[in-house]
Design a protein around this ligand. Structure first.
Ligand SMILES: [Zn+2]
Length: 122
Protein backbone atom coordinates (compact mmCIF):
# COMPACT_ATOMS: atom_id res chain seq x y z
CA UNK A 1 0.00 0.00 0.00
CA UNK A 2 1.40 3.38 -0.92
CA UNK A 3 1.42 6.26 1.48
CA UNK A 4 0.05 9.51 0.16
CA UNK A 5 0.86 12.63 2.09
CA UNK A 6 -1.68 15.36 1.59
CA UNK A 7 -1.54 18.86 2.90
CA UNK A 8 -4.65 20.06 4.71
CA UNK A 9 -6.87 21.78 2.21
CA UNK A 10 -8.52 25.09 2.68
CA UNK A 11 -12.26 24.94 2.09
CA UNK A 12 -13.59 27.39 -0.48
CA UNK A 13 -17.05 28.61 -1.41
CA UNK A 14 -18.24 26.47 -4.33
CA UNK A 15 -20.02 29.48 -5.83
CA UNK A 16 -17.47 32.33 -5.67
CA UNK A 17 -14.34 30.26 -4.83
CA UNK A 18 -13.32 32.54 -1.95
CA UNK A 19 -11.36 30.52 0.61
CA UNK A 20 -12.65 30.18 4.17
CA UNK A 21 -10.09 32.76 5.29
CA UNK A 22 -11.71 35.48 3.14
CA UNK A 23 -15.32 35.02 4.25
CA UNK A 24 -17.12 35.41 7.57
CA UNK A 25 -18.95 32.07 7.40
CA UNK A 26 -18.72 29.02 5.19
CA UNK A 27 -21.62 26.56 5.31
CA UNK A 28 -20.75 22.98 4.34
CA UNK A 29 -22.90 20.72 2.20
CA UNK A 30 -22.13 17.32 0.68
CA UNK A 31 -18.76 18.16 -0.89
CA UNK A 32 -19.71 21.79 -1.46
CA UNK A 33 -19.60 25.03 0.51
CA UNK A 34 -21.41 28.32 0.32
CA UNK A 35 -20.18 31.54 1.95
CA UNK A 36 -22.20 34.16 3.81
CA UNK A 37 -21.91 36.57 0.87
CA UNK A 38 -23.30 34.06 -1.62
CA UNK A 39 -26.10 33.16 0.81
CA UNK A 40 -26.98 36.87 1.02
CA UNK A 41 -27.03 37.13 -2.79
CA UNK A 42 -29.23 34.03 -3.01
CA UNK A 43 -31.59 35.49 -0.39
CA UNK A 44 -31.94 38.67 -2.50
CA UNK A 45 -32.76 36.59 -5.57
CA UNK A 46 -35.23 34.41 -3.68
CA UNK A 47 -36.94 37.49 -2.20
CA UNK A 48 -37.03 39.24 -5.61
CA UNK A 49 -39.61 38.95 -8.33
CA UNK A 50 -40.14 35.43 -9.60
CA UNK A 51 -38.28 34.45 -12.73
CA UNK A 52 -39.18 31.65 -15.09
CA UNK A 53 -37.46 28.38 -14.26
CA UNK A 54 -34.45 27.65 -16.44
CA UNK A 55 -35.29 25.36 -19.33
CA UNK A 56 -31.74 24.98 -20.60
CA UNK A 57 -28.55 24.07 -18.78
CA UNK A 58 -26.50 27.18 -17.91
CA UNK A 59 -23.86 26.49 -20.61
CA UNK A 60 -26.52 26.70 -23.32
CA UNK A 61 -26.93 30.41 -22.50
CA UNK A 62 -23.29 31.26 -23.35
CA UNK A 63 -23.17 33.27 -26.56
CA UNK A 64 -19.41 33.64 -27.06
CA UNK A 65 -16.26 31.58 -26.69
CA UNK A 66 -14.98 34.01 -24.03
CA UNK A 67 -18.17 33.67 -22.02
CA UNK A 68 -18.04 29.88 -22.21
CA UNK A 69 -14.33 29.76 -21.33
CA UNK A 70 -14.77 32.18 -18.42
CA UNK A 71 -16.91 29.63 -16.59
CA UNK A 72 -14.51 26.72 -16.97
CA UNK A 73 -12.12 27.52 -14.08
CA UNK A 74 -14.95 27.91 -11.57
CA UNK A 75 -16.67 24.72 -12.67
CA UNK A 76 -13.38 22.80 -12.64
CA UNK A 77 -12.47 24.12 -9.16
CA UNK A 78 -15.89 23.20 -7.76
CA UNK A 79 -15.60 19.74 -9.32
CA UNK A 80 -12.09 19.27 -7.92
CA UNK A 81 -13.31 20.21 -4.45
CA UNK A 82 -16.18 17.73 -4.65
CA UNK A 83 -13.79 15.01 -5.88
CA UNK A 84 -11.38 15.81 -3.03
CA UNK A 85 -14.21 15.47 -0.51
CA UNK A 86 -15.37 12.21 -2.04
CA UNK A 87 -11.82 10.83 -1.81
CA UNK A 88 -11.59 12.01 1.80
CA UNK A 89 -14.85 10.27 2.72
CA UNK A 90 -13.70 7.09 0.99
CA UNK A 91 -10.35 7.23 2.87
CA UNK A 92 -12.23 7.64 6.12
CA UNK A 93 -14.57 4.75 5.28
CA UNK A 94 -11.48 2.59 4.62
CA UNK A 95 -9.91 3.62 7.95
CA UNK A 96 -13.16 2.64 9.65
CA UNK A 97 -13.06 -0.78 8.00
CA UNK A 98 -15.14 -0.50 4.79
CA UNK A 99 -14.13 -2.96 2.07
CA UNK A 100 -13.52 -1.82 -1.51
CA UNK A 101 -16.49 -4.01 -2.51
CA UNK A 102 -18.82 -2.14 -0.15
CA UNK A 103 -17.49 1.26 -1.20
CA UNK A 104 -17.96 0.30 -4.85
CA UNK A 105 -21.47 -0.96 -4.18
CA UNK A 106 -22.36 2.25 -2.35
CA UNK A 107 -21.11 4.35 -5.26
CA UNK A 108 -22.70 2.16 -7.93
CA UNK A 109 -19.42 0.87 -9.29
CA UNK A 110 -17.38 -2.30 -9.10
CA UNK A 111 -14.91 -3.01 -6.30
CA UNK A 112 -12.15 -2.77 -8.89
CA UNK A 113 -13.35 0.61 -10.17
CA UNK A 114 -13.57 1.97 -6.62
CA UNK A 115 -10.07 0.73 -5.83
CA UNK A 116 -8.63 2.17 -9.07
CA UNK A 117 -10.26 5.53 -8.50
CA UNK A 118 -9.56 6.00 -4.79
CA UNK A 119 -6.75 3.74 -3.56
CA UNK A 120 -3.93 5.88 -4.90
CA UNK A 121 -2.24 2.70 -6.12
CA UNK A 122 -1.42 1.97 -9.74
ZN1 LIG B 1 -19.27 32.55 -2.00
Amino acid sequence: MSTVTELPTLAACSFCLKPSTEVRRLVAGPGVYICDQCVALCAQLVDGPPSPPPHLPAWEHAVSVDEALASLPRIAAAGAQVEQHLAGWVRRARVLGATWARIGETLGMTRQSAWERFSGEE
